[in-house]
Write a protein that binds this ligand. Structure first.
Ligand code: AMP
Length: 390
């Protein structure tokens, strides 16, 4: 059988999978490595059996060793199968890429130039491309972009009100989490074909968090912007911030650009506010007042953005929750939807707590769904199209 391999190298994890190259379907094998340097974990399993394997912590020190372990494991599980392509989640595709592409030499150089726009992700994504080229020599490498789904935004959704030459030079809102949004948009077509083509808000709430307004199956607005910092507060990223704060930190507090970047990308968000953890599960389990306030802020911003998305769309037909928090925290979903009956959104508390797919009440005009995202499967789908063109 011909197979395709997917690689999703995030800021703190490496996800990998193998799929049938000929048809869409669940992964043949998949796994994840995380906790590099401290509590490294490598979990992987074949098919839907859920069987999983763990390797000794010492083997995985960083992203590079995690990627190598992933490839070795995939090769062992799929020996005898022909790997006909490796697909990569690439966080930033710039203004030009609205479709997945083969990673030729020039494309790689172009994507490297975007490193500073997504410093937590893009360099790791591209290191993954190089590792895959070395491990699977001669195999086509395909870039699948998190920004691509948002490329049809109207001008007003992407522009900043600074002199327009900056927009022309690429200083604009790109939006991220596009692979997740595209996957959820397709899943909604199966769950609720009638409404999925209407006015949809998808809340991708995980370590990275954003919301996307989708109309007729296309993204029209996203809370994420030029970098992956804007919009909702995240695990360690600040979300929306008055740019005056950055000026103040640099001019008055004499922080260097590198210090400000570390502050906003790695020390802010849920971690910064709680002083405890970037992890929602840990905060929900905590008795600390600061943990509670961090969650309050997360919910407040999510509610505010939901209202903004509703205004842009002229009302909502469907709200979908995805990502680690969106899929698993009934409490956060409940708090985001509380008192949203003015919008036509009423949650069914029992369904919500029972982890059903449909979590809106019967009387709710807006349908609310919980959809498990699958960026790997989306990468495999996109990759098949690129390889077919080739
Ligand atoms: P992701 O980046 O999509 O993997 O999401 C990670 C986030 O999801 C972390 O903040 C986790 O604490 C959170 N998460 C995962 N499972 C749960 C759960 N059962 N309840 C609350 N938060 C969860």
């Amino acid at each position: 059988m011909a197979i395709v391999v997917t690689l999703n190298v995030g800021s703190s994890s490496v996800k990998f999978a193998a799929f049938d190259a000929a048809r869409d379907g669940a992964a043949l094998a998949r796994g994840e490595a995380d906790g590099f340097g401290s509590h490294a974990r490598f979990t992987a399993g074949v098919g839907s059996s859920g069987a999983s394997e763990q390797t000794p912590e010492t083997e995985i020190k960083d992203h590079a060793s995690a990627v190598q372990a992933a490839f070795r494991w995939l090769r062992k599980q799929t020996s005898g199968e022909e790997v006909v392509g490796v697909g990569h989640r690439i966080v930033h595709g710039g203004a030009r890429h609205s479709q997945p592409v083969l990673i030729e030499h020039e494309v790689f150089a172009e994507l490297t130039a975007l490193n500073s726009l997504a410093p937590l992700h893009q360099p790791h994504n591209l290191a993954g491309v190089q590792a895959a080229k070395a491990f699977f020599p001669g195999t086509p490498q395909v870039a699948c972009f998190d920004t691509a789904f948002h490329r049809a935004h109207p001008y007003v959704a992407d522009v900043f009100a600074i002199p327009k030459s900056f927009y022309e030079q690429g200083v604009r809102r790109y939006g991220f989490h596009g692979l997740s949004y595209e996957y959820v948009t397709m899943a909604l077509r199966e769950i609720d074909p009638e409404r999925a083509g209407g006015r949809v808000v998808i809340a991708h709430l995980g370590n990275g968090a954003s919301m996307c307004a989708v109309k007729d199956g296309r993204s029209v607005a996203s809370t994420m912007g030029f970098s992956a910092l804007e919009g909702l507060p995240m695990g360690t990223r600040c979300g929306e911030l008055d740019p005056g704060v950055v000026l103040y930190l640099m001019q008055e507090r004499k922080m260097s650009a590198a210090d400000v970047a570390t502050l906003l990308y790695k020390q802010s968000g849920l971690l910064g506010l709680s002083g405890l953890s970037h992890d929602m599960r840990a905060l929900e389990a905590s008795e600390s007042a600061d943990a509670r306030k961090a969650i309050d802020y997360f919910v407040y911003r999510a509610r505010r953005e939901l209202g903004a998305m509703a205004a842009i769309l002229g009302g909502i037909d469907v709200v979908a929750f995805t990502g680690g928090i969106g899929e698993n925290s009934a409490a956060i979903r409940e708090r985001i939807c509380e008192g949203m009956d003015w919008l036509g959104l009423v949650l069914d508390r029992e369904a919500n707590r029972a982890k059903r797919t449909t979590v809106s009440a019967q009387a709710s005009a807006v349908q609310a769904y919980v959809v498990a995202t699958d960026e790997e499967r989306m990468i495999a789908r996109q990759m098949r199209k690129v390889l077919a063109r080739k």
